[in-house]
Design a protein around this ligand. Sequence first.
Ligand SMILES: [Zn+2]
Length: 151
Amino acid sequence: MIIGKEFEFAASHVLPKYDGPCNRLHGHTFRLIVEIEGEPNSDERSSSYGMVMDFKDLKYFVEHGVLNVLDHSHLNDLGIYPTAENLIDWIWEQLEPNLFLHRIRLYESPTSYAERKKASITEIKTINEIRKAHGMVPIIGGGPWVKKENV
Ligand SMILES: [Zn+2]
């Protein structure tokens, strides 16, 4: 099951290689959508019974993992070339240790976004069948719930 939450942050950047107005210093109000994957908690004694994750906890991980750094920052200070594409990979790397990410999407404007999605378990199995047929070592991915013997 997938659950998600939306966030907003404001930040500036400059893309010096770009042939257009984005090569001048400017700002955006970014919208970030974080989706995680899991099954609802079946422990009736838990306060998060029936939930994949308490939305409050999801908010905590995103705020402490990325928003505290990104909001009202100059994105070039991250040490990356701050296109929406590179930003989404940076955000993924920060959140991945704490969350079973399914998909994250970053809107740079109301109509322009970049998205990164975790390969599904089925896709990983297919990739590994092809790799096996070519005598290659299987990739381990799709999160810690993918057991080595199943891929
Ligand atoms: Zn821009």
